[in-house]
Design a protein around this ligand. Structure first.
Ligand code: XMP
Length: 506
């Protein structure tokens, strides 16, 4: 897409949220590394993100400032980005003694034309920094201060702006307004509408595929279903393979088959549950479980398609691409296990993997699915991890435990749907706690498993809040599970946020 709004990533954990907010405003935005500034083409605007380092540290990330000025487009520096710009313009930054983290108040400077036009005199913002600007270069105007009078928003000239706070996090109440004001300074803003993006994607797929045969792994989840529908719409000759790992939700294989039939896309189901479950017997280490599942999945998949794969289509999303590029993130080890195996890496090297959804966020993929005519019960589905229920079964995975999780999860999810909670929750599931405790069933002492149920809201799984489900509903879920699922005598509701917990139990 021409003229993207280029977000330059200095490593803040919030950077991809900037991209997301801009797309929510209806414009196309992409993330670039600082060294890729020249690869942004002719961006409509540039945003320099925050970052964990200090601009004063030797080796701290830099930007080609001359080129940035040469571009002649509006530039917004956020946090680290603002400090870097201040130094580039000839000002100074002082190291902070403490880190300012959390909510703060922005006092907007009256009478200065700025990206806060239209906002009231003060606004709630979110800070996360230690260094602050200390000396302002000539010509620089202060456009906002914090309650202590320290400058937290600057304007160096009519194109270059800086803010110390994060407009992209939801705690900055008028963050989207501020971004919108900033973008209104740009010319040729690239519109982002999923319906027209779909046509572009179809063209891209047709060009990349160039008449070759494609294989695609489908799981019944949102991403792979949308991918299969996109390939179908693009008229690509595709074999869709569905591997039943035995670690799926209750009746999932039959449901996936039925859904694809309904939308007229053929899939081939391979039942490999025995193979997965026997390979997992006796294994308790979570990473080892993941490795086994990843290995067998690929073996089964390639057994089914044969070795003459011309092209492999994968439903990799934008956050996965970004996370894989961020070394050391837990998510990158989690998410890449299917993609990292030798066979796929080899295909990638040979240019035989296509990832048409790699520019999209989950919500956008859902929207694309709707535009492609997929039913709501597919596009609205909660995310489901690749290794399936194995990550919801800490310790050894056994068929007995999987059956317990499946039954409890079905009761839980059906009730969430019935009571209209399902769609306002990012993800919900039941996990088995691998400890038996004493209880009483009938007149007898029982010694059975405890189950955890979890429901979270989230933005692309980076952080998560637990959902305040009504006590009555929790009570009903618990009663039904305790009455209907043999082997369980306790139900617990997980009230952990991410971080420090993760969404899944492992
Ligand atoms: P965590 O537990 O790390 O999960 O907070 C974040 C999100 O990722 C999903 N998840 C996976 N998705 N393959 C996937 O495609 C995986 O191996 C995997 N492990 C976790 C998890 O369900 C949540 O939505």
């Amino acid at each position: 897409m021409d003229h993207p709004i280029a977000v330059i990533d200095f490593g803040s954990q919030y950077t991809q949220l900037i991209v997301r907010r801009i797309r929510e405003l209806g414009y196309f935005s992409r993330l670039y590394q600082p060294s890729e500034l020249r690869e942004t083409g002719s961006p409509a605007a540039v945003i320099l993100s925050g970052g964990p380092r200090s601009t004063l540290e030797p080796g701290a990330p830099e930007i080609d400032f001359d080129y940035l000025v040469e571009l002649g487009v509006p530039v917004l520096g956020v946090c680290y980005g603002m400090q870097l710009l201040n130094r580039k313009f000839g000002g100074e930054v002082a190291p902070g003694n403490t880190r300012e983290y959390g909510p703060a108040t922005l006092m907007i400077e009256a009478g200065v034309d700025s990206i806060f036009n239209g906002l009231k005199g003060h606004s709630q913002i979110w800070m996360s920094h230690s260094d602050t600007v200390s000396v302002l270069p000539g010509g620089c105007q202060i456009t906002g201060r914090n309650l202590d009078g320290i400058p937290v928003a600057l304007k160096w000239n009519d194109l270059f702006y800086g803010i110390q706070f994060h407009p992209e996090v939801s705690h900055t109440k008028e963050g989207s307004e501020i971004l919108k004001n900033f973008l209104s300074l740009a010319k040729d803003l690239p519109p982002f509408k999923i319906a027209s993006f779909k046509d572009e994607l179809i063209e891209r797929v047709q060009t990349e595929v160039a008449g070759r045969k494609v294989v695609c792994g489908v799981s019944g989840g949102v991403d792979s279903s949308v991918l299969a529908a996109l390939l179908h719409e693009a008229g690509v000759d595709t074999r869709n393979i569905f591997v039943d790992t035995g670690l799926l939700r209750l009746n999932e294989a039959a449901e996936v088959q039925a859904i694809f039939e309904e939308v007229g896309i053929a899939i081939e189901t391979v039942d490999a549950s025995e193979r997965f479950l026997s390979a997992l017997a006796g294994v308790t280490d979570p990473e080892e479980k993941r490795r086994i599942i990843g290995r067998i999945f690929v073996e089964v998949f390639f057994d089914a398609v044969g070795s003459d794969v011309e092209l492999l289509a994968q439903g990799t999303l934008y956050p996965d691409v970004i996370e894989s590029a961020t070394s050391g993130s837990i998510a990158s080890t989690i998410k890449t296990h299917h993609n990292r195996v030798d066979q796929i890496m080899q295909l990638k090297k040979e240019g035989r993997v296509i990832e048409p959804l790699d520019n999209l966020f989950k919500d956008e993929v859902r929207e694309l699915g709707r535009v492609l005519g997929l039913p709501e019960r597919v596009v609205g589905r909660h995310p489901f991890p690749g290794p399936g229920l194995a990550v919801r079964c800490p310790g050894e995975v056994t068929p007995e435990k999987i059956e317990i999780i499946q039954k409890a999860d079905k009761i839980y999810i059906d009730l969430l749907r019935e009571r209209h909670w399902y769609d306002s929750v990012w993800q919900a599931y039941a996990a088995l706690i691998p400890t038996k405790t004493v209880g009483v069933k009938g007149d007898e002492r029982s010694y059975e498993y405890a189950l955890s149920i979890r429901a979270v809201t989230s933005e692309d799984a980076m952080t998560a809040e637990w959902v305040h489900l009504p006590y009555e509903l929790l009570g009903e879920i618990s009663n039904r599970i305790l009455n209907e699922v043999p082997g369980v005598n306790r139900v617990l509701y997980d009230i952990s946020t991410k971080p420090p917990a993760s969404i899944e139990w492992e």
